[in-house]
Design a protein around this ligand. Structure first.
Ligand SMILES: C[C@H](O)[C@H](O)[C@H]1CNC2=NC(N)=NC(=O)C2=N1
Length: 101
C-alpha cells in the first residue's frame, strides 16, 4: 500500500496528540532525557525492536542521558507520513516505563 505525505493540517492535528514531538523540516523528531546512560541505551534497544516490528526506522541517537529520534518515510520521498506518527505513538507508549521524559 502506498504511503502518502501528510498535509500541513494533518501534521498539525497529529502533533496535537503527541506533546514533545515536532516537525523540523521534513522530519518528525523528539528527544528524551533519562536518568542514566544505561537507561538511555535500554530505551534505544526497546525502540529498535519496535522499529523492526513496524519495519519503519528512525535515525536514533544515543547521548549521555538522552535518546533522540528523527524520522521520515523514505518510500514517500522523505516526507512525513502516518508511518512516522505510528512509530512515534508506539515510542510514547513505552518511553515512560524507562523513566524517559
Ligand atoms: C524494505 C523495507 O520495507 C523498507 O526499506 C522500509 C524499512 N524502513 C523504513 N524506514 C523509514 N523511515 N522509511 C521507509 O520508507 C522505510 N522503508
Amino acid at each position: 500500500m502506498a504511503v502518502e505525505p501528510l498535509s500541513q493540517k494533518e501534521i498539525e492535528d497529529r502533533l496535537a496528540e503527541l506533546p514533545g514531538w515536532s516537525v523540523d523540516g521534513d522530519r518528525l523528531t523528539r528527544s528524551y532525557r533519562l536518568g542514566s546512560h544505561f537507561a538511555a541505551a535500554a530505551l534505544v534497544v526497546h525502540i529498535a525492536g519496535i522499529q523492526e516490528e513496524l519495519d519503519h526506522h528512525s535515525d536514533l541517537t544515543l547521548g549521555y542521558h538522552t535518546v533522540s529520534l528523527s524520522v521520515n518515510t523514505h518510500s514517500a520521498g522523505g516526507a512525513v507520513t502516518d508511518k512516522d506518527f505510528a512509530l512515534a505513538r508506539r515510542v510514547e507508549d513505552i518511553a515512560p516505563g524507562h523513566g524517559a521524559h
